[in-house]
Design a protein around this ligand. Structure first.
Ligand code: CAA
Length: 382
């Protein structure tokens, strides 16, 4: 077993770190306060290959492996979680799905624009009444005599929805077939019949715009179908497997930002005549933070390595996401406690890390869904 990274992996990590620290982190507080979508930074990330890290060069990407993706995501999330949310949807949920299931024409048309950072992509699975229970979706795509599909329905909590041009949409083409009646479509947000709702006011990752979208007799052509008709649920689930590696990496980045700030603070801040880092209760928290971060990192690398080897990684991605997101929540909670009043104040980024960490336990499959995926695999029972 080799724990070292390749030159290429270290190179993209370095590019991501530089942009995160020089361009993203300095405006993170302002983006959090205003909720403004960081379009200029997203374009910059695209120009540097970070919007299509695993995308082959022929489609405008950086042609790197899943481990490089993990390393870059951690750096961007450490700079600002909202930026890493946008990056993860473009990379894992949009480009990855089309590269795996799309036709050559779809790859040329959709992947290149997103990988180069010229357009934003989104993933539309969740609906107002169906989140974890994704197969109970109501959005309908009805096939017409000429082979086109007429789409009607609503999707909610769409990351980058207010600004995305292209969407991977999941809709019911045959409701009697349940999961096997779902089809994936590639949607153009500029076409007739597509509407965006109001931007959600969120607790964290506030600069990653999120909204409801609505389809009102939107017409999709046969060439807009991603993969085969009726295969949409499997496409959604396998794309989310990759997405969960991205969210695990995001959680590590947020946890690392809180950990590094805490490490500096406990050496400076004095109480009862000594740095608070000298007290055993603080030291125990620091040691536990370090262990949780290392465990999350290694588990995420394992899932990414399996993906790179072309092996099934569904359970490993669930283990990584569950461990990393709960680590991020615990670490940011303890970081806030150690910082005391300063941690509770908006004068420091700690309360933002705490708010940002929470989403990693919710989106791309809640912690309860990750436990369900893991336990079904381990027990063989459902
Ligand atoms: N890869 C490939 N196929 C898979 C799969 C996977 N990981 N998981 C399931 N499938 C297949 C199954 O093999 C099965 O196929 P057959 O019909 O051929 O047997 C089919 O899909 C149905 O599987 P299940 O019976 O296991 O489905 P289920 O209804 O019990 O649901 C679930 C399983 C794990 C609960 C799933 O619904 C799930 O993961 N829910 C969470 C959804 C989620 O993560 N939503 C996040 C929203 S997107 C988001 O957050 C994006 C964003 O903007 C940031």
């Amino acid at each position: 077993m080799d724990f070292s990274f390749t030159e290429e992996q270290l190179m993209i990590q370095d590019v991501a770190r530089r942009i995160a620290q020089e361009k993203i982190a300095p405006s993170a507080e302002e983006h959090d306060r205003s909720g403004e979508f960081p379009l200029d930074n997203i374009r910059l990330l695209g120009e540097n290959g970070l919007m299509g890290i695993e995308v082959p060069a022929e489609y405008g990407g950086a042609a790197m492996d899943p481990i490089a993706y993990v390393l870059a995501m951690i750096e961007i999330a450490q700079g600002d979680a909202a930026h890493s949310t946008i990056l993860s949807v473009n990379n894992s949920l949009f480009c990855n799905g089309i590269l795996t299931y799309g036709s050559e024409a779809q790859k040329q048309k959709y992947v290149r624009a997103i990988a180069e950072g010229k357009e934003i992509g989104a993933f539309a699975l969740t609906e107002p009444q169906s989140g974890s229970d994704a197969t109970s979706m109501r959005c309908r795509a009805v096939k017409q005599a000429d082979g086109s599909y007429r789409i009607n329905g609503k999707k909610s909590w769409i990351t980058s929805g207010p600004v995305a041009k292209y969407f991977v949409l999941f809709a019911m083409t045959d409701p009697d077939k349940g999961a096997r009646g779902i089809t994936a479509f590639l949607i153009d947000g500029d076409r007739a019949g597509f509407h965006r709702g109001k931007t959600e006011p969120k607790l964290g990752i506030r600069a990653s715009a999120t909204c409801e979208i609505e389809f009102d007799n939107y017409v999709a052509q046969p060439e807009d179908v991603l993969g085969d008709e009726g295969h949409g649920f499997k496409i959604a689930m396998s794309v989310l497997d990759a997405g969960r590696i991205g969210i695990a990496s995001q959680a590590i980045g947020i946890g690392r930002a809180a950990y590094e700030a805490t490490l500096a603070y406990v050496k400076e801040r004095k109480a009862f005549g000594q740095p608070i880092g000298a007290f055993q209760m603080t030291q125990a928290k620091i040691a536990d933070m370090k262990c949780k971060l290392d465990a999350a990192f290694l588990l995420t690398l394992r899932a990414a390595w399996l993906k790179g080897q072309g092996k099934r990684f569904t359970t490993d991605a669930a283990v990584a996401k569950l461990t990393a997101s709960e680590a991020a929540m615990w670490i940011t909670h303890q970081a806030l406690q150690i910082h005391g009043g300063m941690g509770y104040s908006k004068e420091m980024p700690i309360e933002r890390y705490f708010r940002d960490a929470k989403i990693t336990e919710i989106y791309e499959g809640t912690s309860e869904i990750q436990r369900l995926v893991i336990a079904r695999h381990e027990t063989g029972l459902r």
